[in-house]
Design a protein around this ligand. Sequence first.
Ligand code: GTP
Ligand code: MG
Length: 178
Amino acid sequence: MPEVAFAGRSNVGKSSLLNTLWGRRGLARTSSTPGRTRTINFYLLEGAYYFVDLPGYGFAKVPLRMRREWAKGLEDYFRLRRNLRGVVVVMDARHGPTALDHQMFEWLKELGIEAVPVFTKVDKASQKEKVQARRRFEQWGLSPDEPLFFSARTGEGKDRLWSRLWRLLKAEAARLKE
Ligand code: GTP
Ligand code: MG
């Protein structure tokens, strides 16, 4: 079955985004403490596709050995998961893309995996911050895709993200044919 994964910095709001998309609070566990999601979590939805909640990157308090294990686990996941149709890269609308997000986009490009850029927490971002976030995203040339603005709190951007995800899930499985 096709699947879409959700990646991004620790505490950026990946699990909350997933819950808002699916319209259920407790689907993925969320927390105000960074490093809440520590495993790769597969959610089978409508018996037809998976949403995959990934542990966040860039959480400094995690011991180095554990960080390495996570990185290895994620690398294996991205490399080997043949039914992965795309990865939603979740960023904070208030801070814009970070160096680690940059690496994430590069990595996905290298692996030939589609990236869907999303700025979340727009309910907390000023107009100026949003403009800056988008500008840096474009300057860095992170992805040909327009970034979507989203809020798990207000549901802003939910419909647009869903239609983007549907296109991915329904698309030909390019990687399966390799
Ligand atoms: P890890 O699993 O630790 O990597 O975190 P995560 O990226 O899954 O973040 P999570 O969804 O657990 O949310 C982190 C914190 O941000 C929680 O306190 C959420 O309530 C808050 N949050 C998430 N999305 C939004 C949003 O759109 N708006 C606001 N205001 N807060 C949000
Ligand atoms: Mg999480």
